[in-house]
Ligand binder design. Structure first.
Ligand code: NOJ
Length: 546
């Protein structure tokens, strides 16, 4: 394995632990049932105490929230439901004072249909310069939309308007795609980056970083089982087109203008669901984005060989271009990993349409996975509530479902609301301190979350939160953790992942069914489950000082 060279200290982002805040569901200071910026500010000490290095805040801009804020109406302001620009400035300042960096979300593929430029495009009519900033096209001669491209949430990716033209929206109909061949769009995003860098943000997470460039010939995509495919095949007309790299190189140059400020480098992390890692590596070459979410590990089952393959493949390919690896277990788009890991052994049942979940096994594995994730070289992401061991909420009543997938799929896909249920902070019943008083949050919280509140877990040394706090403290103290070499211990038994980080650190993960002996001459730093007669039980991890 190629080893990345030693990095200067201001390359904080290469091994940062970044905590994702989904603002709508994090903390509600004003009691309207929706999280807000003041709520995040109030929880900064909690995050500093947890021991993360940075916070990534999902979109907080003015938005009709038809896709949870990934439908941006104004890129230079804060959604009034969440607060004001002054609140954002205060948050950035307070976070920095606590040693926390702030990353925010850039949504460059599309905006909201409430964005003034889109409204102007609708009003200006066919062939207007205003429409050129988006993808407006006439029908095909037989009246069909310009291509057969599918929308990500169901239905076609084109919406017809009154004058007969169609506009492209790869996501919801409320999210028209920007035309990145247009100089106005390019200049506008340059300016948006500078606007936020000048306010002090440390970086951006780039939403669908692989989709801005489109093949101007607008070819159809192939059919799969009679339907336009969602697969991101090589040569796809709107995913992973070569043109996206020019955009990223341009943004990198802008970020680099800030490298010598006292605050240090400003950075990007790409959201690009691209496999294998060879493809993702193209986004993090020198002079492009700094890092990219590694979704291969998020999608990997709880299986030693599969995980080892993902880890090797990730590190080989990212290190080959000089980029750090990142490790992601959950986010606001995926089923929470406690629930996923409670299911992995039950694929046969799932294939038969029976999804059975063992949340106790899921919790054990989530604990073990946390120690694996935080011991690997590179950066790690923690989605809000991961540190509490929250499960997916799978029984939300249909009438509260808010994800556009629900409507766009004709009520067949429930969508992602189950991982977006507001955080439980304290108390014994909803709203669990999410907001002041007894007002209920925008999505209902389960009645049995009292043991999962931050308050309850903070006072329990065996809790999930206690495990995360201890792991993050040790990660800071251990010279071996963060970036640098990892070496597999090839003498580990089948079903066990064991690797050494220099100097003097070893992580052992038991994905098998039997307890295993631990190597001699080691001292236990932390284990996800109590050892039994000195042995590491199944579905558990341990950190050892060698
Ligand atoms: C990825 C975001 O994470 C997701 O929440 C959103 O729906 C799509 N991009 C579209 O912006």
């Amino acid at each position: 394995m190629t080893e990345p060279s030693t990095r200067p200290v201001d390359d904080w982002w290469r091994s940062a632990v970044v905590y994702q805040v989904y603002p709508r569901s994090f903390s509600d200071a004003n009691g309207d049932g929706t999280g807000d910026v003041t709520g995040i500010r109030a929880r900064l000490p909690y995050l500093a105490d947890l021991g993360v290095d940075a916070i990534w805040i999902s979109p907080w801009y003015p938005s009709p929230l038809l896709d949870g804020g990934y439908d941006v109406a104004d890129y230079r302001d804060i959604n009034p439901m969440f607060g004001t620009l002054a609140d954002a400035d205060a948050l950035i300042e307070e976070a920095h004072a606590l040693g926390l960096r702030i990353l925010i979300d850039l949504v460059p593929n599309h905006c909201s249909w409430e964005h003034p430029w889109f409204k102007a495009a609708l009003a200006a009519g066919k062939g207007s310069p205003e429409r050129d900033r988006f993808w407006f096209r006439d029908s095909l001669p037989d009246g069909r939309p310009p291509t057969n491209w599918p929308g990500a949430f169901g239905g076609p990716a084109w919406q017809q308007i009154d004058d007969g033209q169609w506009y492209l929206h790869l996501f919801d109909i409320s999210q028209p795609d920007w035309n990145w061949d247009h100089p106005d769009v390019i200049a506008e995003f340059d300016s948006i980056l500078r606007f936020w860098f000048d306010r002090g943000v440390d970086g951006f997470r780039i939403d669908v970083a692989d989709s801005m460039a489109k093949d101007p010939a607008l070819p159809d995509v192939p059919l799969h089982n009679g339907q336009p495919t969602h697969e991101k095949f090589v040569g796809h007309p709107y995913y992973d087109q070569p043109g996206v790299h020019l955009i990223h190189q341009r943004w990198r140059a802008i970020a680099d203008e800030y490298a010598d400020t006292p605050q240090g480098p400003r950075v990007f992390v790409a959201e690009a669901w691209l496999s294998p890692a060879e493809r993702l590596a193209q986004y993090v070459r020198p002079h492009e984005l700094h890092s990219a979410f590694n979704f291969d590990v998020l999608q990997c089952p709880w299986d030693a060989k599969a995980l080892r393959d993902v880890i090797d493949h990730t590190t080989e390919n990212l290190w080959a271009v000089g980029a750090p690896a990142t490790w992601v277990l959950s986010n606001h788009d995926t089923i929470r990993h406690r629930t996923r890991y409670g299911r992995d052994q039950r694929e046969a049942l799932a294939a038969a349409g029976i999804v059975s979940t063992d949340l106790e096994i899921g919790l054990r594995r989530a604990r073990a996975a946390a120690l694996l994730e935080l011991a690997l070289p590179g950066g790690a992401y923690v989605y809000q509530g991961d540190e509490l061991g929250l499960p997916e909420v799978e029984d939300l009543p249909e009438e509260v479902l808010d994800d556009p997938s629900w409507e766009r799929s004709g009520h067949t896909v429930r969508g992602r609301d189950g991982c977006r249920v507001p955080m439980p902070w304290s108390g014994s019943e909803p709203p669990y301190g999410f907001g002041p008083g007894e007002g209920q949050p925008w999505l209902p919280q389960p009645a049995d979350w009292a043991p999962l509140t931050a308050e309850a877990e903070a006072s329990d040394p065996e809790s999930h939160l206690a495990l995360y706090r201890a792991a993050l403290r040790i990660r800071r103290e251990q010279e071996a953790l963060g970036e640098g070499r990892m070496t597999w211990d090839e003498d580990a038994p089948a079903g066990v992942l064991s690797f050494t980080r220099d100097p003097g650190f070893r992580c052992v993960v038991n994905l098998g069914e039997q307890p295993i002996e631990l190597p001699d001459s080691t001292e236990v730093l932390l284990s996800s489950e109590p050892l039994v007669d000195g042995r590491l039980p199944a579905d558990a991890s341990v950190w050892l000082q060698v």
